[in-house]
Design a protein around this ligand. Sequence first.
Ligand code: ASP
Length: 710
Amino acid sequence: MSRRFGFLTSILLSLFLFVTLTADEGMYPLSEISRLDLESKGLEIPVSEIYNPDGVSLVDAICQVGGGTGEFVSPDGLILTNHHIAYAGVVAASTPERDYLREGFTAASRAEEIPAEGYICRITEDYRDVSEDVLSVVTDEMTPAERSDAIREKMKAIAEAEEAGRENISCEVSEMFPGKSYVLFTYRIIRDVRLVYVPPLSVGNYGGEIDNWIWPRHTGDFSFMRAYTAPDGSTAAYSEDNVPFKPKRYIKVAPEGVSEGDFVFILGYPGRTYRHKTSDYIALYERTILPYLSDRYDYMIETLEEASKEDRALQLEFANMIKGLANATKNYKGKIQGLRRLDLAEKRRAEEAQLQQFIENDGKLNESYGNTLEELRGVYRDYEASSLQEIIVTLLGRNGYYNLFNSILSTMEKGDLNAEREQRLEEVIARQYEAMTPAVEQDFLATLIWDFHTLSKERQPDVIATLIGGHGDDRGEALDAIHAAFKESALSSPEGVTRIAKQDLDAIRASKDPFIELALELRELNKEIIERRRTRDGELKRLEAAYIDAKMAWQKKDFIPDANSTLRLTYGYIRGYAPADATYYSPQTSLKGVIEKNTGERPFDAPDQLVELYNTGNYDTSLEDELLGDIPVGMLYNMDTTGGNSGSPVLNARGELVGVNFDRAFEATVNDYQWSEEYSRSIGVDIRYVLFIAKHLGRADFLLDELGVN
Ligand code: ASP
């Protein structure tokens, strides 16, 4: 093993390459790929190999799974994706005694593969522009709320008509530009997805939240799953008789990996971006929504960790939620920092002023778009005033107590609470209460009540003043008082709720229990908010469509639609970056770095076996990178990705798999609002580390055989 030369070579190479090649912003829909001229950017295969509407191509090997992306890497439905994408399935299969999350999991034979509970897999089969059809239902006389409903209903109707009577197929109309363009996607569905190989947490999530959204990175964030169908190839839920799915196409793994400067591309399902939003939207998120959510999520994590610190079963129960919250809160912090540094809201405002000038200089444009920006501003001004109220109502609606109580009230309102259901009610309530962790639910409840109190009076339910009492200036005292009052509430015990549920609606409405009063007020408020959102959505559909039209006329170009969980391609190069003054990061990490970070304490607790492999050098050295002289671990590139791209294949110029995308650098979280060559960097795990771990740690040689690389 030689571990020299790497760093200097990478700096020199990166300087050279930086001046020669640049990538572009862009998560390109399939319809746009052919106009990209990818060959001139470095692609060595025909573009029809990537996407071919008349035949089989790489896109047939890509699936949407577990909120992210996966790729078929064998003819037998083997899926490679991220550890954090398989995470919920691993957690569901784990118990304190059989802790696959902590220890990892290897299915030595197909019979040992375990169902990943709740996972389905979608493969894009076809797409078609249906904008005209969708927008045909809109008339000038409609109110904004009616417009929003009409479009939504039409989207649903088109999808349902396309799906009707077809097996294994699900259809969905996706909004590409609000109020402007719509595409009908046809997906093939697979309902039986199983776990095949999952590395231990100390590899799959090495560095935990400390390293999340951070480069340099040393996480082996990958897992293998497998898709199954019924023996006749049709979609079926889990059954022992099912057989591995035969994808139309699978991706070949390239164990030789990549080097700095190499051309790469990604196919995947990026979730959401907001590149076409105006300055007021950006300001609202930067100043109000992201800081609030980030604070609340931090608090929730603390509460969940505290409540489960002595109880592994509870830790497993909360694991998924904590991971999701932690991922989001750090992402939001990155975004806030990025938005401030870029001063993006101000920049957009200046751009909008220029656009307004351009519009006003042209009589015809002025007639159509003269008021567009001002009207958009008005919509966001209203939204700003009510945004926190809307978020608090949503979060309270998810609270265990209110969730249950609301569903009881809804059933009663519908008059559905017949004698038989009434009998079962007691049982249902008791079960739900047993499933709750009271300390956690009560903490969230009290905190959100306090948050309500911090809003202006007209945004609060009336009963908030009663609940806060004389403690309006002291959060700690107020929370104590709320906790004490809750003990007296009917909602605090299953017996209390059962008693309430057996009364009639009028009696419930007359209740003097402040927590019940709050529940009732929240229901009314929620109805108001739903109305408000319908109106806002309808207004935005009209105004944002006009805004995009005006901007296209101004900049004389077509735009790429924001990410919306539909299949996209992005391309770029393996490339380092300089996130701060006097700081340059090269784009590959290696096993040496895993060992350097190892403290033996979570989350930097590399498995002993891994440390030993490193120390003895007793492993398959063909997986080493020649320049690094070591096993490569992480890779960095300037491709345009976002959440949902997790698990996407990183493909080389020949369309072979060289890595699995799983994250972005901290500075690149703001990418969702604005891409830049300077800071937009995404992170993947090198395929050679995947093979190294599966082979030496997981003893899963059978997997390498299946991948055709042994
Ligand atoms: N790690 C990310 C996620 O959890 C992927 C990304 O957003 O780049 O969504």
